[in-house]
Write a protein that binds this ligand. Structure first.
Ligand code: 5GP
Ligand code: ZN
Length: 114
C-alpha cells in the first residue's frame, strides 16, 4: 500500500531501528516507546487489521506469534514476562492501518488498560 507508513518502513523508505527481518515479517522498535522494551512485529503482507485476517493467513499468524515470544525472550523478557497487544480499528486504539503486534516489557504493566 503506497500510503501506508509500515509498508514504507518495509520498503526502506522510512528508517527504523530493526530488530529482526525475514521474508514475511519485520520487527522494529516503536517510535514512542511505552515501556523499556517496546517493539512492533508486522507481517510484510499489507493486512489492514486483525478483523481482516483471512483463513489463508492462519499459518503466518502462528509464525508471527512464535517470533514475538522468541524476540521478547531475546530482549530479556523471558523471565518476568511481557505484554503482547494487537489494537484493531478505532475502538481498539489502532492508529496505523497495517496489522502489528506490540510487544511491551521491562516494567510491571497495569491492567485493565485505560
Ligand atoms: P497502534 O496505535 O496503531 O496500535 O500503534 C501504532 C504504533 O506505531 C504506535 O505505538 C506508534 O508509536 C508507532 N509508530 C507510528 N509511526 C511510526 C514510525 O514511523 N516508526 C516507528 N518505529 N513506529 C511508529
Ligand atoms: Zn501496509
Amino acid at each position: 500500500m503506497s500510503d501506508c507508513i509500515f509498508c514504507k518502513i518495509i520498503a526502506g523508505e522510512i528508517p527504523c531501528k530493526k530488530i529482526y527481518e525475514d521474508d514475511e515479517m519485520l520487527a522494529f522498535y516503536d517510535l514512542t516507546p511505552q515501556a523499556p522494551v517496546h517493539f512492533l512485529l508486522i507481517p510484510k503482507k499489507h493486512i489492514r487489521n486483525l478483523m481482516e485476517l483471512e483463513p489463508g493467513d492462519i499459518a503466518l499468524s502462528g509464525r508471527l506469534l512464535n517470533k514475538a515470544q522468541e524476540l521478547a525472550k531475546e530482549l530479556g523478557c523471558g523471565e518476568k514476562g511481557a505484554r503482547f497487544v494487537i489494537n484493531a480499528k478505532r475502538d481498539g486504539g489502532q492508529t496505523v492501518d497495517h496489522l502489528h503486534l506490540h510487544i511491551l516489557g521491562g516494567r510491571q504493566l497495569i491492567w485493565p488498560p485505560g
